[in-house]
Write a protein that binds this ligand. Structure first.
Ligand code: SF4
Length: 499
């Protein structure tokens, strides 16, 4: 299995096709609009409470920049600290290595079941599938992940994986599937949130009490103390992190922070940016193992899976600063209309559009850097100030270049761009084509807009509202109204060219 196999969903259509399909689903769009709007408003309100919000963002961005520049140093320090505290550190170059390590560790315990804390890293490597292949059943315990798992679905949001499901759909899933996985939902189940939560609580409790092995991800790990941190809202994580005998944590290497003190900044930013809360209901921290307190065996699997290659890209590496808060998803006009499945990747939304192509190679996710309007809302919302539009533009150039390399003949678009470059770089050539082009555009126009152009330009023009050019160009207007002589109206370059 390559590292790309689970980051992008094999067989999923490219973004434009998947988005068209999603846009036709009015129930999905209503669910998304309601959910993202609610979280967005909560985030704005709690962020506005802090006078030093912008300073916190600046500090977090600086800490992440520094850490990524010295990642090797801090990872070795983390390994040393975790080992000294009684844990064991494993290094996984890719998804296959990480899955092998975790599977072997679970097998060594003799157990055939694990409980899981919500984790993007284990989704990225397809751990549940790898464990199932080895005869080990993984139970998701986060409520939204449970819904997705019971329905054999895929997550569509980083923080709220079942954001595309309404309460009545969740009720149907619980009634239909819970009995297959353990304690069934009561026949009297309603779609009241309290009822649904209670059914999930009873279903999961027997799993928590039975489990001997837990698998988690990690939000942060402090290199100086070896402390690993998981933040969550429901308490399911706390049960997994404290009740079982063995805890296995899979963590992307970019999650390390230099020191425990850095958590002060990130634990203010993360809950406000993700759920719109001042602090997380549950913040679990552990350092190795402690006699008589929590799991007696702790393994930390440090996952690369394309991160080192991403680090080598000076523009793209900023995506590794992501703390998976999902604020960029909730403000993105594209995500709000298409939902997460359209991205065809474990990482949806704006962060997915910049992270996925880097983890799997831009040629394997070439449509994602274009899944954005470049409006910049994601950059404004990001608590660690990742300039997502900058990375998108950078990756678009790479995607175009990769496509160019694969083709023997240039595309129509490349030829059109080359012709446009030649015209726009010469005032004389521009003046020569401006009149005829404007006339042609007016002839093709309807209702003040240029309609669908013929031939190879049909797809481009068919998705845009291009206004008809005015009868008089700016240059002609300037010459007519602002200058006494024809030469005065010309630019220095034009005058030079005329000479
Ligand atoms: S890119 Fe920024 S806003 Fe988006 S999930 Fe990551 S940290 Fe949050």
């Amino acid at each position: 299995m390559s590292g790309a196999d689970n980051v992008v969903w094999l067989g999923a259509p490219a973004f434009p096709e998947a988005a068209r399909h999603a846009l036709a689903d009015s129930r999905l769009r209503a669910n998304l609009r309601r959910a993202t709007g609610t979280i967005r408003d909560k985030r704005l309100a709690v962020a506005a409470e802090l006078d030093d919000w912008e300073e916190l963002r600046e500090t977090a961005a600086a800490v992440k920049r520094h850490t990524l520049r010295h990642l090797d140093h801090y990872l070795l320090r983390l390994e040393e600290a975790v080992t000294a505290a009684g844990g064991t550190v494993h290094w996984a170059a890719d998804a296959a290595a990480a899955n092998r390590i975790v599977t072997d560790l679970v097998r060594a315990t003799g157990e055939r079941e694990v409980v899981k804390v919500k984790s993007m890293a284990t989704q990225e490597i397809g751990l549940n599938g790898a464990l199932a292949d080895a005869g080990i059943r993984a139970f998701e315990t986060d409520l939204a992940e449970l819904i997705v798992q019971l329905d054999d679905d895929r997550p569509s949001h980083i923080l709220v994986p079942a954001i595309h499901r309404s309460r009545s759909e969740i009720r149907e899933i619980f009634l239909r599937e819970m009995g297959e996985w353990g304690r069934p939902a009561p026949d009297t189940l309603t779609d009241d949130p309290r009822d649904l939560a209670e059914a999930a609580r009873l279903h999961l409790r027997e799993k928590f009490l039975r489990a001997k092995v837990a698998v988690s991800g990690a939000n942060f790990a402090a290199a100086d103390t070896g402390t690993v941190v998981v933040v969550e809202s429901e308490g399911n994580g706390r049960m997994c992190l404290t009740l079982p005998e063995t805890l296995i944590t899979v963590m992307g290497i970019e999650k390390v922070l230099p020191s425990f003190a850095d958590l002060d900044v990130f634990l203010q930013l993360l809950p406000r940016s993700s759920t719109g809360e001042r602090m997380n209901p549950y913040t679990s921290l552990w350092t190795g193992v402690t006699d008589g307190d929590g799991p007696g065996v702790f393994h930390l699997v440090l996952l690369d899976n394309g991160r080192t290659a991403t680090l080598a890209d000076e523009v793209g590496r900023q995506a590794l600063a992501c703390i998976r808060c999902s604020a960029c998803l909730n403000v993105c006009p594209v995500y709000e209309r298409t939902g997460g499945h359209a991205y065809g990747s474990v990482y949806p939304g704006p962060i997915g559009a910049v992270l996925t192509p880097q983890l799997v190679g831009v040629e394997n996710a070439a449509s994602l850097p274009f899944a954005s309007t470049l409006c910049g809302a994601c950059y404004d919302a990001c608590p660690v100030k990742i300039d997502i539009p900058e990375v998108l533009v950078h990756l678009r150039a790479e995607a175009v270049e990769a496509k160019r390399r694969r083709r023997l003949l240039p595309t129509t678009e490349a030829l059109a761009m080359k012709a446009a470059g030649a015209v726009l770089s010469s005032p004389r050539r521009l003046a020569a084509v401006q009149g005829p082009a404007a006339l042609g555009a007016r002839l093709l126009s309807r209702d003040g807009r240029i309609g669908v152009l013929p031939g190879p330009f049909a797809r481009w023009s068919g998705t845009r509202d291009t206004p008809v050019p005015p009868r008089e160009s700016m240059r002609a207007w300037w010459r007519r109204t602002r200058t006494g002589t024809r030469d005065e109206g010309r630019t220095a370059t034009e005058r030079e060219e005329r000479r």
